[in-house]
Design a protein around this ligand. Structure first.
Ligand code: GAL
Length: 821
C-alpha cells in the first residue's frame, strides 16, 4: 500500500512539478544596497588601494543634488552651480549554484557620465555618454554559490563644463540584473511595426533577435502571442534552427482584426509576448508593448494621427526632476506629465538627449506625441568638455542603441538627430546629417527625421529673414540640403507663415519656441519705475530687477524667442504648421537666462521647478483644452491707489465681468486673435471677483481677496495614499494662509517639517530660481506664499504624519497612508 502511495506521489510530482512554468528570464531591479564614495583619494581602478569612506545607498542616485550651490563649481550657473567630481559605486551579491548554466547581464539605464564598470576586478568597459542605456554580460566572470561577486562602477563627471544645463552625476537611472537561459532574446531584441492599418485589420510586422550561446545548434519553437488587455488576440508559431554561438533575426507577420487604435485621448496598448521553447520546454519569455496607429505630416494639414489632424501642442523638457535632481523616479515623471496633460499638452520633446525609459513608457500609456532627441552637439563643441570630445568614437553606437531602445514606443513619432548643431551652417553638417540619417533609417523607416535648427535670424539685430535663400546672412545648409524629412525650427516664429514658400515639399514643426521668462507669483506694474516694466525683452538682460525676479505677465522673453501668446497665435492660425514645442514645460536646474549668479535655475518654464503652474499655464489651458477656464491674476495685495493690471484667461464663455468689492469694473471680451483681457485698476483692498458668462449664463466665478498677515499653514497632497515600496512619492504643497484662509501672496515664512511613520522627506523646494538652500533639507522658506515637500515611502505599511512648524503660525500636519496595494 505504502509503495503504491509513493508511486502516486511520484507521478503527481512528475505531472505537475515538471510542467510547472519555469522562470525563464528574470529581470531583477538591482538598485538596492550599493556603496558609494565621492572623490576617493586614489583615483584608479584598483579599489584595494583606495582608502576611503563608503556610504550605503539605493539607486537611482545623483550626488550633485546633495551638494552646495557655489558660483565656483566648474559646472557654472549654467550647469546648476552644483558640484561634479568622480564617484565610485560598488555592490556585492551572490548567485545561486543552481544558476550555473544561466547567463547574467547588468543593464544600466543611464549613468552620468564616463562610466567604467568592473565585475570581480574584470574590466567590462566604459560608456562616455551620460544618457544612453547599456548592458554588460557578467556571465564569464561570476562566482556561484557562497562566493560573493563585486560590481564596481566609476563615474567621472569631473571635467566641466560638459553640459549647457544641469546634468546630475552618478548612476541616476535604474539598474537591472537580467538572468536568461543560454538561448534567449537579445537586449532590445524585438522590433514591431504596423505598416498597414485599416478599420478592419492591422498588419503587425515583428523582428525577433535571438542568441544561442549553447555549444550546439538548437531547434526552437518561437511562439508570438499578441495580447490586448491580457487577452490573446492572435498567435504565430515557427520552428527555427540556430547554430551554435550565433544570432538569428526572425521576421514574421501577424494580423490584428478590428484594431483598437492608439491615440492621445485613448492610448490603447497591445502587447507581444514572445516565447521560446526547446524540446517543449519554455526557455525564454519577452514582452513588447506596442500600439497601432497611422500618422503622417501633411504638407497642408499638418500632423495627422489616425487620419485626423492633430496640432502638436508640445513642450521641451530637460531630464532633471527639480528637488530630486537627475535621480529618476517614475512617479515624479508621471506627476509632471499629469500637470502637463491638465494644461492641454499633447507632445514632449526630450531635449536634448535620450530620456529615461520610464518617460517613454508613461507617454505610451498617457498619450503623448514624443519627439525623441539624440544629441545637442556633434563634432563641434558648445561646452568645453561636452559630447563633441566623444563624437568620433561613439556617435554611431550611441545613435544605434538609442533607436533600438526606443523604436517600439507608439508615442515616438519623430527622431531628432540634433539640436542647434553648430555644423548646420555648413556642408560638414550636411555630410554628418546624411550619415546619421542612414544610421536611423537602417533601424527604423517608420518615423520622420528632423533636427532643431536655427532659422535665418541675424542674432546681432534680431532681424528675421523671411525668405530662405543663399543670400541670407544665416543661410542654413542643413535646412536647405533636403536631408531632413521635417523642417524643424527653433524660434523665429515670424518665418513660420512663409514656410510653404521656403520649403514647398517638406512639412514643418516648430521644434522649440518661445523661451518666455517668468518668476511664479511676481508681477511688475507699469506704475513701477520704467526699469521694472518689462515690455521689452532686454530689460532683465540689461540689469533687470535687483532680486533677479521676472514679471509673470506674459511680456518677457529672450530676444530669440517671443511671448507665449505671439508664437501660439502663429501656430494656431495655419493648419500646415503641425505644432510646436515650448521651451520649456518645467523650469529646470541651470541656464538661468537672462540672469547670472545668484540665479541657478531657469525662468523658462510654464511651470516652476517645484511644479507650481505660472499664470500663463492657464492661457494654454484655455486654448488647448475643452474645459471652461477662468484664471485671473495677479494677487490682490498692493499699495492703496497703485495702478494694477488685472489679466484674465478664459474659455468656453463670451465675456468676463470683473467686480471690485461688488462694484462692476465692466465686462470685457477677447477681440480678434486676443488670448487674454485686461483691466487696469487702482488698488483698493477687498475682493476681486470675475464672472465668465456664455449667452448670459454664468459659467465660472473666481475671487481673489486681499490677504491679511500669515496665520496658518495648509497642506495639499497630490496623493494621500502611496505604495510601501520605498520608491513611491507624495508631493505636498504647503501654502501660507491668513486667518481667513486666503493665500498670503508675498509670504516667505520659514517652515520646518517633521516626519513620523514609514516615510522620509526626499526633497523640499519653492520654485525660487535664486535660492541656495539645499533641496535635501527639512525646512524651506515659502516663495510667493508656497513651498513643496516631497515625501517618499519606506517599505512598510502605516501612516506618515508630516507636521509643519513656523514661528508665529499655527502648527499643522497631514497624514499620508502607505500600503502595499
Ligand atoms: C535654445 C536651446 C535650448 C536653450 C534655449 C534657451 O537655443 O536649444 O537648449 O538653451 O535656447 O532659450
Amino acid at each position: 500500500m505504502k509503495a503504491k502511495l509513493l508511486w502516486y506521489f511520484l507521478i503527481l510530482i512528475l505531472t505537475f512539478g515538471c510542467n510547472k512554468p519555469q522562470k525563464t528570464r528574470t529581470v531583477e531591479n538591482f538598485n538596492s544596497n550599493w556603496l558609494f564614495s565621492l572623490e576617493p583619494k586614489k583615483d584608479n581602478s584598483n579599489f584595494k588601494q583606495i582608502d576611503t569612506v563608503w556610504r550605503e545607498l539605493n539607486l537611482p542616485h545623483d550626488w550633485s543634488i546633495e551638494g552646495d550651490f557655489n558660483e565656483t563649481n566648474p559646472a557654472t550657473y549654467n550647469g546648476g552651480a552644483l558640484p561634479g567630481g568622480t564617484g565610485w559605486y560598488k555592490k556585492t551579491f551572490k548567485i545561486e549554484e543552481s544558476d550555473k548554466l544561466k547567463e547574467f547581464y547588468i543593464d544600466f539605464d543611464g549613468v552620468y557620465m564616463n562610466s567604467e564598470v568592473w565585475i570581480n576586478n574584470h574590466y567590462l568597459g566604459k560608456r562616455p555618454n551620460g544618457y544612453i542605456g547599456f548592458r554588460y554580460n557578467l556571465t564569464p566572470y561570476l562566482n556561484f554559490g557562497e562566493n560573493e561577486n563585486e560590481i564596481k562602477v566609476k563615474v567621472d563627471n569631473s571635467q566641466q563644463p560638459n553640459s549647457r544645463w544641469y546634468s546630475g552625476s552618478g548612476i541616476y537611472r535604474n539598474v537591472w540584473l537580467v538572468k536568461t537561459n543560454k538561448l534567449h532574446i537579445n537586449n532590445w531584441g524585438t522590433f514591431v511595426t504596423t505598416p498597414i492599418v485599416t478599420l478592419d485589420s492591422a498588419t503587425v510586422n515583428l523582428e525577433t533577435s535571438i542568441t544561442n550561446n549553447y555549444k550546439e545548434a538548437k531547434n526552437i519553437l518561437l511562439k508570438t502571442i499578441v495580447l490586448f488587455n491580457n487577452e490573446k488576440i492572435t498567435e504565430n508559431s515557427n520552428h527555427l534552427n540556430i547554430t551554435t554561438k550565433n544570432e538569428l533575426t526572425f521576421s514574421e507577420k501577424l494580423n490584428v482584426k478590428s484594431p483598437k487604435l492608439w491615440s492621445i485621448e485613448n492610448p490603447q496598448l497591445y502587447k507581444i509576448l514572445s516565447e521560446i521553447y526547446i524540446d517543449n520546454q519554455l526557455v525564454d519569455t519577452y514582452e513588447t508593448p506596442f500600439g497601432i496607429r497611422t500618422f503622417k505630416f501633411d504638407l497642408d494639414k499638418g500632423f495627422m494621427l489616425n487620419n485626423k489632424s492633430v496640432k502638436i501642442k508640445g513642450v521641451c523638457n530637460h531630464h532633471d526632476l527639480g528637488a530630486l535632481g537627475a535621480a529618476v523616479n517614475k512617479r515624479a515623471l508621471e506627476r509632471q506629465l499629469e500637470i502637463l496633460k491638465e494644461m492641454g499638452v499633447n507632445g514632449i520633446r526630450t531635449s536634448h538627449n535620450p530620456p529615461a525609459p520610464e518617460l517613454l513608457d508613461l507617454c505610451d500609456k498617457m498619450g503623448f506625441i514624443v519627439m525623441d532627441e539624440s544629441f545637442d552637439v556633434w563634432n563641434n563643441t558648445k561646452a568645453k568638455y561636452d559630447y563633441a570630445i566623444n563624437w568620433k568614437e561613439w556617435h554611431k553606437k550611441d545613435l544605434e542603441d538609442f533607436i533600438k531602445r526606443d523604436r517600439n514606443h507608439p508615442s515616438v513619432f519623430i527622431w531628432s538627430i540634433g539640436n542647434e548643431i553648430q555644423e548646420q551652417w555648413n556642408e560638414q553638417g550636411v555630410t554628418t546629417a546624411k550619415e546619421l540619417k542612414a544610421i536611423v533609417r537602417n533601424l527604423d523607416t517608420t518615423r520622420l527625421i528632423t533636427a532643431g535648427m536655427n532659422p535665418p535670424v541675424n542674432m546681432e539685430n534680431q532681424e528675421v529673414t523671411l525668405q530662405f535663400d543663399k543670400a541670407n546672412v544665416t543661410y542654413n545648409a542643413l535646412a536647405a540640403s533636403g536631408v531632413l524629412d521635417l523642417i524643424g525650427y527653433n524660434y523665429a516664429h515670424q518665418t513660420y507663415e512663409y514656410h510653404k514658400q521656403n520649403f514647398p515639399n517638406t512639412p514643418f514643426i516648430a521644434t522649440e519656441t518661445t523661451s518666455g521668462l517668468q518668476t511664479r507669483g511676481y508681477y511688475d506694474q507699469k506704475s513701477d519705475t520704467l526699469k521694472r516694466w518689462p515690455v521689452r525683452w532686454d530689460i532683465p538682460f540689461d540689469g533687470g530687477n535687483s532680486d533677479n525676479t521676472i514679471s509673470s505677465y506674459d511680456q518677457v522673453s529672450t530676444p530669440w524667442g517671443s511671448t507665449h501668446e505671439e508664437t501660439w497665435k502663429v501656430i494656431k492660425k495655419h493648419d500646415f504648421l503641425s505644432g510646436m514645442f515650448i521651451w520649456t514645460g518645467f523650469d529646470y536646474l541651470g541656464e538661468p537666462t537672462p540672469y547670472v549668479w545668484p540665479s541657478r535655475s531657469s525662468y523658462f518654464g510654464v511651470i516652476d521647478l517645484a511644479g507650481f503652474p505660472k499664470d500663463v499655464y492657464y492661457m494654454y489651458q484655455s486654448e488647448w483644452t475643452d474645459k471652461p477656464v477662468l484664471h485671473i491674476f495677479p494677487h490682490w495685495n498692493w499699495e492703496i491707489g497703485k495702478d494694477v493690471d488685472i489679466w484674465a484667461y478664459y474659455s468656453q464663455a463670451d465675456e468676463v465681468e470683473l467686480f471690485l468689492n461688488n462694484k462692476s469694473l465692466g465686462a470685457k471680451k477677447k477681440e480678434g486673435d486676443d488670448l487674454h483681457i485686461m483691466w487696469r485698476v487702482p488698488f483698493q483692498p477687498g475682493t476681486l471677483k470675475a464672472i465668465s458668462r456664455k449667452d448670459g449664463k454664468e459659467i465660472l466665478v473666481k475671487e481673489i481677496k486681499t490677504a491679511e498677515k500669515p496665520a496658518q499653514i495648509s497642506f495639499n497632497a497630490d496623493r494621500n495614499t502611496i505604495k510601501s515600496d520605498s520608491v513611491d512619492l507624495s508631493y505636498i504643497t504647503v501654502s501660507i494662509l491668513d486667518k481667513n484662509g486666503t493665500l498670503v501672496p508675498n509670504a516667505t515664512n520659514n517652515i520646518q517639517f517633521k516626519i513620523e511613520g514609514p516615510g522620509k522627506i526626499v526633497g523640499v523646494d519653492n520654485g525660487d530660481p535664486t535660492s541656495h538652500a539645499s533641496f535635501k533639507a527639512s525646512d524651506r522658506n515659502a516663495f510667493y506664499g508656497k513651498c513643496l515637500v516631497i515625501v517618499q515611502s519606506l517599505n512598510s505599511e502605516g501612516i506618515i504624519k508630516l507636521s509643519a512648524q513656523s514661528q508665529g503660525l499655527e502648527d499643522s500636519s497631514i497624514n499620508i497612508n502607505v500600503n502595499n496595494k
